[in-house]
Structures are given as C-alpha cells and as structure tokens.
Design a binder for this molecule. Structure first.
Ligand SMILES: Nc1ncnc2c1ncn2[C@@H]1O[C@H](COP(=O)(O)OP(=O)(O)OP(=O)(O)O)[C@@H](O)[C@H]1O
Length: 714
C-alpha cells in the first residue's frame, strides 16, 4: 500500500551514469522516501482503491485484504515501538492500516466503484491525513522537549559543580573572614585554570576588603597549589565582591613572547604578560607612566625587552631609551638595523627611536623631550580646540614619546649631583608631558619605599609591576600596590613572575613573557616600516640634537658592541670563529682547529651566560656536528630559508649579491620577504659571515670566503 513520492531535491542512490541519464528526463522517483501527512494519506487511499478494484475484478477473497491490513498494522506498531514513537503515533498508524484494510474488504464485497465507496474512501483519506499531521506535530514537539531535557541535564550537572563550589566557599569565607556572603554566580574560566565567585556581601557595612585582607588564609584554607591565590576585588557595586580563585599555577612555566607582531596602539593597550588565568594583561599608557621593579636576576631586563617589543609594535609610539648601564637595554633593538659604518641597513629603522647610554646623551635627550612637550603645548592649541579636548590626540602622525629609563628610579633618588640633575629632568618631563603625549617607563632594582616616596611617581605611575623572583629584600608590595591585600612575595618565586596592577586591573599575580635576542631581531625587522616619525612641529623643537642622534660618531659606541651577535667579541675576528652548519660539508679542517674550538666554547659560554640561548649547554655535540665546534648562530638549522639564503650568498661569489636578489631567489619556495633577508644580511655582516661592499643602491654583500685574502674557506 505504498506509493512512491516525488523528491525533487534528493537524488536516488544510482550510478553516476544512470543518474545523469535520469536527470535529463525530469523528476526522479524516490521509492525509499518516507511519507508526509498528505502523501501518506494519498498513498493509503490509492493503494486501497487499487486493491479493491483489481481484487473485485479478479474474485480475490475479501478477507485477504483484512489479513494484509492486520499484518501491516502489527508491523508498523513494532517499528513505531522500536523508534520510540509516541503512543498516539503508533495507534494512528495501526488504525490507518486497519481502516484501510476494512474499507478494502467492504469495497471488494459491495463493489468499489459506487459513490458510497468512493465517498467513504475520500473521507477516510482526509481523516488519515489530518490525524497524521497532528501526530507529526506531536512527534516534533516531543523531540524538541527531549533535546531541551538533555540540555537541562547538562546544565544541572554543571550547576551542581558550581553549587558545590559556592557552598564550599560560603562556608570558607564564613570560617576564615567571619563574613556570610550569598553567592550570586560562579564563572569557570575558559582557560581551565580557576573560577570567579560573584557574591553579595551581608548588610551592615561589610566591604569587599574584609575578604581581600584574608586572601592568604583563604588560599591556605582551600589548599590551593603554590602560586595560586584567592583574590577579592570590588563587584558591580559596593555590596558585591568578586573572588578570583586560581587553581593551576601558570607562573612556573616559561612562556615565550607571542610571535604575532601585528600593529598595536598606545590607545588600545599594550600586552605586558599573562595573568594567572592565562589572559593577557594590557597596559594603557596614554596618560599613565609605569614603574617596573625587579631585583637583580628577577627577569627585569627581559621584561624591559617585552615592554620595548610592545612599543616597537605600536604605530603611534616613539621610544627613547636611557640606560646608563652601557645602553644594554636598548642595544639589541638597534643592532639589527645598524651597519658597521654607522649607516642603516637598507631601509631599516631600529626598534627604538633614540638610545642614550651616557650622562651627556641622556641630558640631550631629556632636554629635547622637554622642549618638544613645551612646543606641542604651544603649537597644537588649534588642534586641541578642534577636537575639543585637552589631551593631544596621539596618532601615527603625532606620536607619543615613551621615555624608558632603565634603573631610572635609582637615578631619581641618587645622591650624586649630576645624576640628581638628570632625575630632576625626568621628573619635569613626567610633570609637563602627560597631556602632550609624553610618558615614562621607569625601572627600579628595588628601594620601592624611597622611589614611591616621590609624590610625582606615586601620582603619575599607576601602572606598576613588581618582579619578585622570590626576592623579599626591598620589595614592599603594600607600598607598590596600596590598597591591595594578601599579596606575598612567596606567591611568585619564579623568574619573570610577580605582581602587576594598573588603573584598569587590580594588582595580582602575572608572568612576563620570555623574549630572546633572536625574537628581538625578528621584531625589529617586522616592525621596521611601521614606526612613526616625529611630527614636524615637534621635530623643529627637537632640532639638530634629535636629527643627528644616529650620526655615526654618536653611535660609534653601539657599533663597538652591537647587540647579541657581538657579545663576547674578543681580539679574534668572529669570522675566524664561526662555523656555519649549512656549509659544514664543505668545511675543510683548519690547522688551528684546537684554538678555534676553545674560542667557540668561550663565545658560547658568554652567550649562554648573558641570554641562556644555546640549547643543550654542556651536552654532547649533536650527531653530525663537525669536530670544529658546535656553535651555530648564523646558520640556523631550524630555518631552512635562512640556510638557503646563505647558500645563495655563497653562490654569488666575489661579485656578491643583494637583499632583493636573495629574496627573489627564496620567494617561490619560502615566501621570504626582502625585509627578512635584510635582517639576516645585517647579522651576517655583524658576525663576519658576510662583508658589505659599496654604498647606497650599489651596496652588495659578499660571503667572506670570497673576499680577498680569505683563502677560500672558514
Ligand atoms: N619571563 C621569564 N620567564 C622565564 N624565565 C625568565 C623570564 N625572565 C627572565 N628569566 C630568567 O631569568 C634570568 C635573568 O633574567 P634577566 O637578565 O632579565 O634578569 P635581571 O633581573 O635583569 O637580572 P640582571 O640585572 O642580573 O641582568 C634569565 O636568564 C632567564 O633565565
């Protein structure tokens, strides 16, 4: 009693050939398709009518139709029960079979071609269609309800976990802080490292800090792992509290600086590290100065590099660095862009805009910075009134000047007269520059008390980070983060870990990213074309002192010890010391291999001591490494594009080649950009692998093996 239905959308499962043939001749009959209410009723009535007419004509015993109907009813009942359909659907299907079979039996007995028979069949069809539709709707509703019930079950299980957490913490807060809270919500962090409890404080003037004060005892009571805390902060209003509970310690792990060097803006925040919940902590420095405190060995220098990385990525920041400790904080950001003769590597700009390592240069820089700010105050009055603001609209056309002073806090409290003068200039800059787009990042070794005794720093530097590294001396967290309770140095006894607080996010644990010289070099290369230039009005005020800051005589000191690749330079030229892995097969053992070995070891130890970069220090040399030493800084085994570039340089012979030609040679296979090749060529000239000949557009790079007097080998 089943008729085929027309399905214009679904193709039957036939061979491709047959399918395409059928597709040519119109709609396809799908014998396997199920029935809807209309086609089902149509199918039942036409089937019954066909059997009744042919059965009557052929003299078929009418009871057969009844038997077939009964069998159909039983079969459909079984399948309906198996499919767990509703009782009313099962009954409707069985009744349709029985009614159809009953009509067929009656029609075969009395004759199917009478108006009574046809009329009753039509009525039967309409009845079957209507009840099929009703049961279909009922089935759909049942299915939706089943899905909703499953979702409710999952939610019940989740909220059971949350309810358990809520109950546990209500008890704990009562026990430890003697405060009865009512938990409004528990939010599990997507990073899976903890949860936040949102709770209502009891009436009677209890504030969130009654709980914040007991953070350490709460963490102890909850038996949280080391480095995990329960930190209370204000909720949506003063009668609510948020308690962040970390259950996994992310501070232990070393996390490298993200390799996404996309553009940033000082207005939309710069990432400085990770919170314990795995989220980035961003600092907003348009109006705030920053203070980073970290004793020796805590990871402060590394953190300064992370900060400089953020500024280098920003399109609206010019970074001026003062580091009276030989400029070491800024050097890795300048080295990759500077040639041996003091010129810039083709079209590159350093990652910082100005670097001062001496007292004199620092004075020049500060005088210039103050002059620029004063000029901006005068020259941009129209712009301020046009934008109806008293804050200079900082952009890539009028960039913010970020003055980064390594160990600047020590300068401020120095007893030395000349250094004190420098400190006064720094304070003047802080005092006058906020509105005009000038801010500072000062670092300090410790001595937080004396630094924060300065009102200007207390007021202007509200972005604060304290790297502890487990050091307690000079680390007064309550002065660094006034109002924050329960912060203890021993909660973050790891290098690069500590506490950070900003006006936007309360003081709490954080971890700085680890950033190594290779990555600094990559960032300098990747961001070289996005640094802003000083706006014309400011540049006029900055004058010659600023315009000539990169003059070769003023940068001579940088080239004596440019960046990481020159670390450990001794009397012997680095050319004699390097062994390039990519070319090892071609390396001939040199008669002075033993000397070379010793120099390489010394060089590697110095690099390791300073940057901790060479993996497997003290390990056996890797299989296949040449006996003349394992140091492999220039030819990077992990970077086949760089090796291929080196091979192209070597293949260019004594005529040499240029960045564009090498980039073209690599474009298809590696997609390397010219800018990247420029960075490599710079590092190879620094370490003596390549020699730069000619100037300007005629500049070529020659592999040192092809330079006169090289003897043709390493
Ligand atoms: N974010 C970090 N993650 C993991 N390890 C780090 C991190 N920062 C620093 N370190 C480790 O700590 C060591 C010291 O770091 P860094 O030189 O930055 O410290 P510092 O405080 O500047 O010390 P110093 O003043 O002696 O140079 C690094 O060699 C590295 O092993």
């Amino acid at each position: 009693m089943s008729a085929p239905t027309v399905n214009l959308n679904k193709q039957p499962k036939t061979s491709t050939k047959r399918r395409s043939k059928k597709a040519d001749v119109g709609p396809v009959w799908d014998w396997a398709a199920g029935h809807g209410p209309v086609t089902g009723a149509l199918s039942a009535t036409t089937g019954a009518f066909a059997i009744a007419t042919t059965g009557a004509a052929a003299g078929m015993p009418p009871t057969w139709a009844l038997a077939v109907g009964a069998a159909g009813a039983i079969g459909h009942t079984i399948t309906s029960l198996r499919d767990k359909l509703a009782a009313r659907t099962t009954c409707m299907r069985a009744a349709s079979w029985l009614l159809g079979a009953g009509w067929t039996t009656w029609a075969m007995t009395t004759g199917p071609l009478t108006w009574t028979a046809l009329g009753s069949l039509a009525t039967l069809g309409v009845g079957i269609g209507a009840s099929a539709r009703a049961t279909l709707l009922h089935e759909e509703a049942r299915e939706l309800e089943a899905l909703a019930a499953a979702e409710r079950q999952v939610a019940r299980e989740l909220s059971a976990e949350r309810r358990a957490i809520a109950a546990e913490w209500v008890d704990r807060i009562q026990r430890v802080c003697s405060v009865s809270v009512r938990v409004v919500a528990v939010e599990m962090w997507p990073t899976g490292t903890g949860f936040t409890i949102d709770a209502e404080l009891p009436t009677g003037g209890v504030t969130y800090d009654k709980i914040a004060r007991e953070s350490a005892r709460l963490s102890g009571d909850a038996k949280l792992p080391h480095g995990c805390t329960a930190t209370a902060s204000p909720g949506v209003h003063q009668g609510r509290v948020l308690i962040d509970v970390t259950t996994v310690n992310v501070l232990v792990e070393e996390r490298t600086y993200p390799t996404d060097y996309s553009p940033l803006s000082v207005l939309s925040g710069l990432p400085w590290g990770l919170r314990t919940n795995g989220e980035e902590v961003r600092v907003y420095l348009r109006e705030q100065c920053a203070l980073v405190v970290g004793p020796t060995g805590s990871g402060k220098t590394n953190m300064v590099h992370t900060i400089l990385a953020g500024f280098a990525r920003a399109t609206d920041v010019l970074t001026w660095v003062i580091d009276l400790n030989a400029g070491s904080a800024g050097l890795p950001w300048v080295g990759p862009a500077l040639n041996d003769d003091g010129s810039f590597v083709d079209g590159m700009r350093p990652g910082v805009d100005w670097l001062a390592s001496t007292h004199e240069e620092a004075v020049r820089m500060l005088d210039t910075a103050i002059a620029v700010m004063k000029e901006r105050k005068r020259a941009y009055q129209d712009l301020l009134s046009k934008h109806n603001t008293d804050l200079l609209p900082v952009s890539s056309r009028i960039p913010q000047i970020e003055l980064v002073v390594d160990e600047g806090a020590e300068i401020l409290v120095s007893n030395d007269r000349a250094t004190r003068k420098l400190g006064e200039k720094i304070l003047e800059f802080i005092r006058i520059a906020r509105a005009m787009g000038g801010r500072t990042v000062l670092t300090a070794l410790g001595a937080t008390g004396s630094v924060l005794g300065n009102l200007m720093i207390r007021r202007e530097a509200k972005v604060r980070a304290a790297l502890t590294g487990g050091e307690t001396e000079g680390m007064d967290l309550s002065k660094m983060f006034p109002g924050s309770r329960g912060l203890r140095v021993d909660q973050a006894p790891y290098k690069g870990a500590g506490f950070m607080g900003t006006p936007e996010s309360p003081a709490g644990l954080f971890k700085a990213w680890r950033i190594l010289p290779n990555q600094i070099r990559d960032i300098v290369t990747a961001t070289s074309d996005r640094h802003p230039t000083l706006d014309a009005k400011s540049a006029r005020a900055a004058g010659d002192t600023y315009a000539r800051r990169w003059d070769p005589e003023r940068t001579a000191w940088m080239r004596d010890s440019t960046g990481p690749s020159s670390a450990g330079r001794g009397e012997t030229s680095s050319r004699e010391r390097l062994n390039l892995a990519a070319l090892r097969d071609e390396v001939q053992p040199s008669p002075s291999a033993a000397d070379e070995e010793a120099l390489l070891r010394q060089f590697r130890e110095e690099i390791d001591a300073q940057f901790g970069t060479t993996p497997g220090r003290g390990d056996e040399p890797p299989a296949g490494a040449s006996s003349s030493g394992g140091l492999n800084l220039s030819a990077n085994e992990d970077n086949p594009a760089r090796d291929a570039a080196l091979a192209l340089l070597l293949a260019a012979g004594p005529d040499g080649t240029g960045a564009s030609a090498i980039a073209r040679g690599l474009a298809e296979e590696y997609g390397t950009t010219r800018q990247t090749v420029v960075g490599w060529l710079k590092s190879w000239t620094d370490d003596g692998t390549a020699v730069r000949v000619g100037t300007g557009t005629k500049a070529r790079y020659v592999h040192h093996r092809h330079t006169p007097g090289s003897g043709g080998h390493d």
